[in-house]
Design a protein around this ligand. Structure first.
Ligand code: KG4
Ligand code: ZN
Length: 354
């Protein structure tokens, strides 16, 4: 089976062709994976502008799909997998509408995919099937979710952020320090030259009841808004002590130290929760997916902590960690294999739950 994947939930227009291999360990092979990033368009605004994003997807989608099909050798497509949600509704609609038209004209089924199922399956695409049960952390600009996978294709939500996503915290801290957008890659790079003990930012504390998801025990939740606020307080205080205005950058050494100190807390918080859940659920493997899994410190520390416990750690190749359609095609194949009735009448869902 060969699947065309389409992803337009946020600021990347992506199309990919992924095929089944018939191999149980490495079930899928990527034949092409094209990503047109809109980062340069949104950088000017310091974050994603939804209307600009939707319009750019409209401009890019046909060319991106054509290139993905061409690079794959123009194979016969058996099904189309598309991100149905969650994401920006105008952006999702471009991919969903395109996928419906493509599926209808070719007479093939359409498989709606949850964006985070795509991130989870990026781990299998890169590293092969994960020994189950597995515990997987999906960390991106919009999500910080912890899942347990007891059977292939079944994703049980164990906890998630109550406020900011980890990637969002990176982006906001970068903005405070005038480091540009997106913040993750630049903070990752600068943190390597800073002193991670220079500033004592607080560890996460969950003191408030979780009103949004009373059905979750809440003990595996995350929170990053307190950390973000404490970085803002520190930066504001230092600017005032140094007689700088809000538009001025802090001295370089201080910026490096803030990046390193902030990153240490984020990485420790994420890994503490992940390892704790892995132990509790006796996981046979752990995984980290989503844009923030590209973080060099997070990857290195996860591998070290996994090694110390004798548990294999799955992290995608950096190219598969940020949004791409190959992971959507893989999640589509997983869903199709589970015996799902393919439906043509789907719609975009901005707040789709996994
Ligand atoms: O998964 P993704 O591409 O899009 C969403 O679904 O949100 O993730 C984007 C997020 C951004 O917040 C970006 O700052 C963050 O991933 N990111 C990183 C790194 N590379 C990207 N965060 C930390 N370290 C990185 N190296
Ligand atoms: Zn994503």
């Amino acid at each position: 089976m060969i699947v065309l994947g389409i992803e337009t939930s946020c600021d990347e227009t992506s199309a990919a062709v992924v095929e089944e291999t018939g191999n149980d360990v490495r079930p899928w092979r990527i034949r092409s994976n094209i990503v047109a990033s809109q980062v340069d368009i949104h950088r000017e605004w310091g974050g994603i502008v939804p209307e600009l994003s939707a319009r750019q997807h409209v401009r890019d989608i046909c060319g991106v799909v054509e290139q993905a099909l061409g690079d794959a050798g123009s194979p016969t497509i058996d099904a189309v997998a598309v991100t149905q949600g969650p994401g920006l509704v105008g952006s999702l609609l471009v991919g969903v509408s395109f996928a419906k038209a493509f599926a209808w004209t070719r007479g093939v089924p359409i498989i709606p995919v949850h964006h985070l199922a795509g991130h989870i399956e990026s781990l299998v695409l890169h590293g092969g099937e994960m020994p189950l049960p597995a515990v997987v952390l999906v960390v991106s600009g919009g999500h910080t979710n912890l899942y347990r996978i007891a059977a292939p294709g079944s994703y049980e939500l164990l906890g998630r952020t109550r406020d900011d996503a980890a990637g969002e915290a990176y982006d906001k801290v970068a903005k405070m320090l005038h480091l540009g957008y997106p913040g993750g890659p630049v903070i990752d790079r600068l943190a390597r030259s800073g002193n991670e003990r220079a500033v004592a930012f607080p560890r996460m504390r969950l003191t408030h009841a979780d009103r949004n998801a009373p059905d979750l025990p809440g003990t595996r939740d995350f929170s990053f808004s307190g950390l973000k606020t404490s970085v803002l307080r520190h930066v504001t205080a230092r600017r005032s002590e140094l007689g700088l205005t809000a538009a001025d950058p802090l001295p370089e050494k201080e910026t490096l130290d803030i990046c390193a100190s902030f990153q240490r807390i984020v990485v420790e918080t994420l890994l503490d929760r992940l390892i704790d859940a892995a132990r509790w659920y006796q996981a046979h493997s752990i995984g980290i997916a989503g844009g923030v899994s590209a973080n060099s410190r997070l990857r290195a520390d996860a591998e070290e902590r996994g090694r110390a416990r004798g548990i294999p750690v799955f992290v995608p190749d950096p190219a598969l960690s940020t949004d791409n359609a190959a992971m959507i095609a893989a999640a589509g194949l997983r869903r199709f294999r589970g015996g799902l009735e393919p439906f043509i009448e789907i719609n975009a869902q901005a707040s789709l739950v996994l």
